[in-house]
Design a protein around this ligand. Structure first.
Ligand code: ST9
Ligand code: ZN
Ligand code: ZN
Length: 339
């Protein structure tokens, strides 16, 4: 089969990493697709989403005004919670489940699924399905957040209207058996609402209240709503800003661009011209760990034996210092636990 031929070209390295040339999942641009002729289908607003998203953003703005009354521990907790939820999207839904750019052991997959529920961006299955159609039909009617429809649509507008029928039509034809076979993905999907209630809203609010006496009010608005809204907007900037502003060193003919500012806020996901050209690369970047906390995290997981088979292009920079850094981190943590 095609996959076998592709794997044949991939050279497996002694350390379990894979020098890849192509993808093994359906995330490769399909240039045979043509948008349907004639008038576009009407735009149907989904008022429930418009109202909820407005409330969320007002809540987050109010959360900004609450920051001065939050304790230092609560602020640190908010940052940590931001980073873990972000990893649930970048290392989890994106690099592992949408692109299969490395392999993760069951404990790591459980951690990433929980982190993914903290980020409340639809369940992993739905996220990965939408993301594969995004790569395969990028900047067309079949792209869920088609950036040709402007910044607002690519950023948030696509979540406020019914999908273009071609997104659903093409999405239904995608090969998703790897996701259906993943018990962690299917478990998260079955219990998605409850997991979001717990991990996106209750845990961030209750931990500061229970452990260091923070008020529930601050817990709800700062690590809760404000942190959630910041993860959402950092993610959406990849679809909007990184499809509009930046250089295109790898493929001039596509819209996605290299945007270092987005890379910072999206913990490594802003090198989007590279990523759409080489979607199988686990670093989603040509620069290894630079501005890329997610790559550093996956490398750390590899050095702990929890991840393997990172796919990368021949000659892409590795992070040789990382094994040493991982070991130092473990020593530091164990010392700290002993004091
Ligand atoms: C959110 C997602 O925010 C963000 C994703 C961003 C992606 C970013 C990618 C960038 C790269 C990675 C960078 C990461 C950086 C992270 C940085 C972190 C710091 N194929 O959906 P429905 C079927 S979510 C096949 O209702 P409507 C579907 O199964 C935020 N089938 O469509 C169903 O069939 P059936 C929170 C598909 O009615 C039927 O179609 N969540 C596909 O048009 C209807 O599905 C929200 O706000 C497909 N692709 O409604 C909720 N799609 O009935 C958002 C659909 O048989 N969602 N189907 O089961 C909704 O409310 C709705 O989906 C809608 C569209 C209103 C938007
Ligand atoms: Zn991608
Ligand atoms: Zn994109």
């Amino acid at each position: 089969t095609e996959t076998e031929t592709r794997n044949h070209h991939d050279g497996k390295q002694h350390n379990g990493d894979v020098m890849a040339e192509t993808s093994t999942v359906e995330d490769v641009f399909d240039d045979t697709y043509r948008e349907k002729e004639g008038p576009k289908p009407p735009r149907i607003l989904v008022w429930r989403n418009i109202i909820l998203m407005s409330l969320l953003h007002f809540g987050a703005l109010y959360g900004v005004t609450v920051i001065p009354s939050a304790s230092a521990l609560t602020l640190a907790w908010s940052v940590v919670y931001f980073l873990i939820s972000a990893l649930g999207v970048t290392a989890g839904a994106h690099r592992l489940w949408s692109h299969r750019s490395y392999k993760a052991s069951p404990p790591l997959r459980v951690f990433l699924a929980i982190a993914n529920s903290m980020a409340f961006q639809n369940d992993i299955y739905e996220w990965a399905r939408d993301h594969r159609v995004h790569h395969k039909y990028s900047e067309t009617d079949a792209d869920p957040h088609n950036a040709m429809r402007g910044f607002f649509f690519a950023h948030i507008g696509w979540l406020l209207v019914r999908k273009h029928p071609d997104v659903i039509e093409k999405g239904k034809k995608l090969e998703l058996s790897d996701l259906k076979a993943d018990k962690v993905v299917m478990f998260q999907r079955r219990h998605y609402k409850l997991s979001v209630l717990i991990f996106c809203f209750l845990v961030p609010m209750l931990v500061p209240w229970y452990f260091w006496g923070e008020s529930l009010h601050v817990g709800y608005f700062v690590p809760g709503l404000l942190r959630y809204t910041m993860v959402l907007n950092s993610t959406w900037l990849v679809n909007s800003a990184a499809h509009m502003w930046g250089n295109r060193p790898y493929d001039q003919t596509i819209n996605p661009r290299e945007n270092p500012l987005v890379a910072i806020s999206a913990i490594g996901e802003g090198f989007h011209n590279y990523h759409h050209t080489f979607p199988f690369d686990y670093a989603t970047s040509e620069f290894g760990c630079k501005l890329n906390l997610t790559t550093a995290f996956i490398n750390l997981m590899c050095s702990l034996g929890l991840a393997t088979d990172r796919k990368m292009r021949q000659g892409s920079p590795s992070c040789p210092a990382l094994k040493a850094q991982g070991a130092l981190l473990i020593i530091a943590v164990s010392r700290w636990c002993n004091t």
